[in-house]
Write a protein that binds this ligand. Structure first.
Ligand SMILES: [Fe+2]
Length: 454
């Protein structure tokens, strides 16, 4: 069926008056009918004579009959119809291009600031679902050590096999060739792994960053469809953008890991001076994170809580050994020395831009909820939430750890102490969160290789 009807062409606002003027000027008999015989125009007193076809791309869409001049009208209508088809094709191509550009703009805007590989995969899957007909998508990253593809995101399920290896199956083949492919009949493809896949048609594109294939993205339909070269072009562009974003996110994750390793190393320097505190920093971090998770802290607050917990006692590096390592009770002057570690800690980390968010946790982890702590005597919510959490975690660990000069409290005794000082030393909301959180899980994990005090 033609994309246009003769009736619609004749009714075009710019063309209808021209047609009527020409027919009137011919002063001749003309009858115009569509292909099904519906009368569209007839001059007064017209009689049907010879019939001339109105054709579009070789298909007849109507007839003009009458005198010999009807042939010219048929030709005019055919030209107008062809022109209409060309306009529509052009408009359709422009619309496709517009959709493509909009997609690319959207995806670039969304993923360029994304620094998590799984989140990049999720966004790419979301965009692919929006613009391409599919029932499943999967994003697979290459594990260079095992030479297998690992799933980092999927919608639906289109895995050919649980693990995709280099050169094996369609995805493995795209991984090794580095070329995107359309497989419109998956089941007749020799690479198809029988009995596992449920899709009928698929497209698979390599995730290429700087000419290196780092994975593949694959989409498929569980109904037979014919993916076109245009679909593949769009999909390949999407894969290229995803590859760059995934590479950036991977580099950021490596950088983040290096940053945390440096921070832990920094924190360990203080622990090395006081071997009896062994792993205190790690335990305080784990207890703090368990409490923070229970309180539903934001990702940003959890990150600064983690940093603050790891670095909370970093200022002890500025305290003399004779005081820091003293096994008997401290006198007033020595206690004043110890108290300074909170401010020393702030001074040390304030020089490092990436550690600024940890300052409240480091400086104020000895503040008390009732305002009787140090160094600033802050109270209630004047004390940053990370510092209030670290205060509980730090005290719990200090209470339950054996020291050379005293035995640690039992768990029940430590719980009792936390309850006793809830509302005075500790924020009661944090103490409640401590008991509701999986702190005990963290406690037993942290103490699994140590003597558990019960
Ligand atoms: Fe401290």
């Amino acid at each position: 069926m033609a994309l246009v009807t003769l009736e619609k062409i004749m009714k075009k606002r710019a063309f209808a008056p021209v047609l009527h003027s020409i027919v009137a000027a011919l002063e001749s008999s003309v009858v115009i009918e569509d292909v099904e015989g519906k009368l569209l125009l007839a001059t007064y007193g017209a009689e049907k004579g010879d019939r001339y076809p109105v054709s579009v791309s070789g298909e007849v869409v109507g007839w003009v009959s009458g005198s010999e001049k009807a042939a010219s009208i048929a030709m005019l209508l055919s030209c107008q119809a062809e022109s209409e088809i060309e306009k529509r094709t052009l408009a359709s191509e422009m619309l496709t291009k517009y959709k493509e550009i909009t997609l690319l703009y959207d995806i670039v805007e969304k993923i360029s600031s994304c620094l998590d590989t799984k989140e990049v995969a999720r966004l790419v899957i979301e965009e692919a679902r929006r613009v391409i007909k599919l029932s499943s998508v999967s994003v697979l990253l290459l594990n260079k050590e095992t030479e297998t593809l690992e799933l980092i995101g999927e919608f639906g399920h289109d895995q050919e096999q649980p693990t995709v290896s280099w050169g094996v199956g369609i995805a493995g083949s795209v991984l090794s060739s580095g070329r995107a492919e359309i497989v419109n009949d998956v089941h007749s493809d020799p690479r198809f792994v029988e009995g596992v896949v449920t899709i009928c048609s698929l497209m698979c594109a390599p995730l290429k960053a700087k000419d290196t294939v780092v994975g593949v993205i694959k989409l498929g339909s569980d109904q037979p469809v014919t993916y076109t070269a245009e679909d593949l072009k769009l999909f390949t562009t999407l894969a290229s953008l995803a590859a760059v974003a995934i590479e950036n996110a991977g580099l950021y994750e490596q950088l983040k890991e290096a940053f945390y390793t440096t921070v832990y190393t920094l924190a360990e320097t203080i622990e090395k001076r006081d071997p009896y505190t062994g792993n205190h920093t790690k335990r305080v971090m784990e207890y703090s994170l368990a409490i923070g998770k229970n309180l539903g802290l934001s990702e940003q607050d959890m990150a600064r809580l983690q940093l603050g917990a790891v670095l909370h006692d970093i200022g002890k590096i500025g305290v003399r050994d004779s005081v820091l390592l003293k096994e008997s009770s401290l006198n007033d002057e020595e206690f004043e020395q110890i108290k300074k570690h909170a401010v020393y800690g702030e001074e040390i980390i304030s020089r490092i831009a990436s550690l600024q968010s940890a300052i409240p946790g480091v400086k104020h982890h000895h503040e008390k909820f009732n305002g009787r702590g140090y160094p600033d005597g802050l109270k209630g919510e004047e004390i940053d939430i990370t510092a209030r959490i670290i205060a509980v975690a730090d005290s719990f660990d200090a209470m339950t750890t054996n020291r050379p000069y005293r035995q640690g409290l039992s768990l029940d005794e430590a719980f009792e102490e936390l309850r006793k000082y809830s509302g005075s030393q500790f924020d009661p909301e944090i103490v409640d969160a401590f008991f509701a959180a999986d702190v005990m899980e963290a406690f037993f994990a942290a103490n699994s290789r140590q003597k558990i005090i019960l």
